[in-house]
Design a protein around this ligand. Structure first.
Ligand code: BGC
Length: 756
């Protein structure tokens, strides 16, 4: 009997993986068979995508598709955005009885602030489910470029300033999306860190910075999750357009990292489509008039070999066969939008970051009357791309979230804001829509609001500060990164009026990216960073203010004291933009906290920072070197406060700086605990292989871990809750990579001050 049970166990263990293996083999055999049946013209049709008006009606509103070859039964594959919600038309053929609304999840930065890989997997599952059930084969997500500068217009979509955190979260998201049998598209590969001149910008980046910062997150995501597709970026890297770079797309992505999927351009990316095909950029999106003739002539003249074209087509077909269209899947039930809305709410609650909480102002007591200030409290500012087209059915705002959670909001103030917003919004049918012209609606004139009488009536003030940004333009320093005069006066006057009456002031930041906080934060008693929290954002914010959820989000980007402190401030968005179109990444590897900690620059709120309504105590750090050379680290985390809560445990190391300078801190591991009740503790474990500690050594063109003493810091980027160390006894190298993507001139990256 036991023998049979064992047999059964092994059968079920191996059967599924053998099945998957057989399926993959069948698909690649089928892809080769289809390839053999294609004419040259059909191959060219397949590598040129379809977009705009020509998109097949099966999924209106999708960003693009591939060509169908009905003769061989090849259907078209549908590709749709986006990173925090599926972007398709909610209505088909004006039929309001069968709608296709989708869920707007929080933006990438907010999701990442949860530091919760399991949660990102769940969101990925939900996004993939909505894609599949709405006739989409490839979801154009996640977007994971490093947030190099706080003014980056698309930072809201991106996860963080750290490659390990970004890469591991992206891998979880991709696994979630693809668990539905739809493909993810990891984008924008690579170094798409600004929007100014996004189609033409030439970025000069040292090889080390590329490898350690701008490629590392992609490398981790590719190796940990095998995305079906990767989208190349618009920009040039060291003089070559990303979609035209053989080094990037073939030597690094495929040969070094083992990527097996399909590469597509960003929409109209690059300049020379023959170079793109030769570089291994399989699919040209969204397809343009004239491309067919150009490629046909290139094949005839030998500029594009048939072998290369066949390889590109094979990549497209292999992905196609796995997709819902390739599998002839027809959705019969709609996605469960209620369940996804609940997940969006949990996600927002899990990622919001409590920046300040003096005298336990938060959580708020129920039955307090709130004076609610700030336009974004009444019309949440959410992800531009999703919201601007109203893909989701509704959107909760802070006012409604507070009321639903049992608070009363000062009616006079509600009336003032509603009247003001109504007069400002041009489109009465779809309130809020004009707000998405990047911060189009200003705060009402302070003179119009009677703050003094509001302070008499209410118990507490909440001020919401809102910001949006969008692809195509970067943010501005004035009235955007720095608060406007109207906002500063609003905060100052409210603070004076409420504090004079011994009442408290809470600021909620409903923002797309980092803003300046140092000049005004003293006037607030508490600050909650809500980022852009998606369709359930107002409810989720109220959940946190009332401690229905205990804040556990941590910053994934540094909040500097001022913009001048940002390491790329002098090199963003580039010099001589009208002619030279160049940006020099002179800060090298010193991006975000790597810079602030290594150059001893004080910040407003460091990377990894975030408060909770409870406290956590760290004890018993143990460090052990295993016979394999791996380092095993464990630490106990105990909830010593009075509310249940979750903690993000962040492991940083500092390497010895022998032949290369090294950052003062580098994130090498992280995890999020389960909910710990007061008094409960958990043992957290990390294992680091020596090569995970490596830096990219340009001299030997490879990864190198040097021997010496390594420090461990567990805490956030600025302060450690517990310290330790270990030693590495010999050098570890990962092999020569060749001189790939190297800049023509030797870079002049900055160096940190010498260590004591
Ligand atoms: C964006 C991509 C997006 C594509 C299709 C481009 O402008 O950069 O992220 O996937 O449009 O909508």
């Amino acid at each position: 009997m036991r023998f049979f049970l064992k047999l059964l166990f092994f059968f079920f263990l191996y059967y599924p993986s053998r099945n998957v293996f057989a399926q993959i083999q069948n698909q690649s055999a089928e892809a080769s068979r289809l390839l053999k049946g294609l004419s040259l013209e059909e191959k060219l049709q397949l590598v040129i995508g379809i977009g705009g008006q020509a998109i097949p009606v099966k999924t209106p509103g999708a960003a693009g598709a591939t060509a169908a070859i009905p003769r061989l039964g090849i259907e078209s594959m549908v590709l749709a955005d986006g990173s925090s919600g599926l972007r398709i038309n909610p209505m088909r053929n004006n039929d309001s009885t069968h709608t296709h609304y989708t869920t707007q999840f929080p933006t990438g930065t907010l999701m990442a602030s949860s530091w919760d890989t399991e949660l990102l997997h769940q969101v990925g599952e939900a996004l993939g489910d909505e894609a599949k059930k709405n006739g989409v084969d490839i979801l154009l997500a996640p977007s994971i470029n490093i947030q190099r500068n706080p003014l980056g217009g698309r930072n809201y979509e991106y996860y963080s300033e750290d490659p390990l955190l970004t890469g591991m979260l992206a891998a979880a998201m991709i696994r979630g999306i693809q668990s539905n049998g739809v493909g993810a598209s990891l984008k924008h590969f690579a170094a798409n860190n600004q929007e100014t001149n996004r189609h033409t910008i030439n970025e000069l980046i040292s090889e080390r910075a590329l490898r350690e910062i701008y490629l590392k997150d992609f490398e981790l995501a590719v190796k940990e999750s095998s995305p079906w597709t990767v989208m190349s970026s618009y920009n040039k890297i060291n003089n070559t357009y990303a979609p035209e770079s053989f080094d990037l797309l073939t030597r690094i992505l495929r040969q070094e990292w083992g990527f097996k999927g399909m590469v597509l351009t960003d929409w109209n990316g690059g300049n020379d489509i023959i170079a793109q095909q030769n570089a291994g950029n399989d699919l040209l999106m969204p397809g343009k008039r004239g491309q067919f003739e150009t490629l046909l002539n290139a094949v005839k003249s030998g500029k594009l070999s048939l072998k290369q074209l066949d390889e590109n087509v094979l990549h497209i077909l292999t992905v196609y066969l796995k997709t819902p269209s390739g599998q002839r899947f027809k959705a019969t039930v709609p996605p469960d939008l209620d369940r996804h809305a609940a997940l969006a709410r949990t996600t927002a609650g899990d990622g919001m970051v409590l920046l300040k909480n003096n005298d336990h102002v938060l959580p708020l007591r129920t039955r307090q009357t709130i004076a609610l200030f700030g336009r974004s409290a009444y019309r949440a500012t959410t992800d531009f791309t999703t919201k601007a087209f109203a893909y989701q059915k509704y959107e909760s705002n802070l006012l409604q979230g507070l009321i639903d959670d049992g608070f009363s909001c000062d009616p006079a103030m509600v009336e003032i804001y509603h009247a003001y917003l109504k007069s400002e919004e041009k489109d009465a049918e779809r309130p809020g829509v004009d707000m998405h012209q990047a911060n189009a609606i200003k705060e009402p004139n302070i003179g119009d609001i009677d703050i003094e009488s509001a302070a008499d009536r209410a118990d507490v003030a909440i001020i919401s500060i809102g910001r949006t940004s969008n692809k195509g333009t970067d943010r501005k320093l004035d009235n955007d990164f720095n608060l406007s005069a109207g906002e500063t006066t609003l905060i100052a006057n409210i603070s004076k009026a409420f504090h004079r009456r011994n009442k408290k002031v809470v600021v909620v930041l409903n923002i797309c990216g980092v803003i300046e906080t140092a000049s005004w934060r003293d006037q607030a008693d508490a600050i909650l960073l809500a980022w852009q929290p998606g369709l359930e954002g107002g409810n989720a914010t109220a959940d946190l203010l009332l401690a229905k959820i205990n804040p556990s989000g941590k910053l994934t980007v540094t909040f500097p004291l001022s913009y001048a402190d940002v390491p790329s401030a002098a090199n963003f968005p580039g010099a001589n933009l009208s002619d030279a179109l160049t940006v020099r990444y002179q800060e090298g590897i010193y991006v975000g906290y790597r810079y602030y900690t290594s150059f001893n620059i004080p910040v407003a709120y460091p990377f990894g920072y975030g408060l909770s309504y409870t406290q956590f105590n760290y004890t018993g750090l143990s460090v052990q070197t295993l016979s394999t050379g791996d380092i095993k680290i464990s630490v106990s985390v105990k909830n010593t406060g009075s509310l249940p809560g979750r903690e993000v445990v962040e492991l940083y190391t500092r390497s010895p700086d022998k032949s290369m300078d090294k950052p003062a801190r580098e994130l090498k591991g992280f995890l999020k605990t389960k909910l710990l009740v007061p008094g409960a503790s958990v043992k957290c474990m990390f294992t680091l292989s020596p090569l995970e500690l490596a830096s990219f050594d340009t001299a030997s063109e490879g990864w190198l871990t040097e021997p010496g003493i390594y420090s461990i810091m567990i805490g956030d980027a600025a302060s450690a809750k517990i310290n330790g160390q270990f030693s590495i006894n010999k050098a570890y190298r990962s092999g020569k990579k060749g001189n790939l993507l190297a800049p023509a001139q030797s870079p002049t990256d900055i160096k940190p001050p010498a260590r004591n």
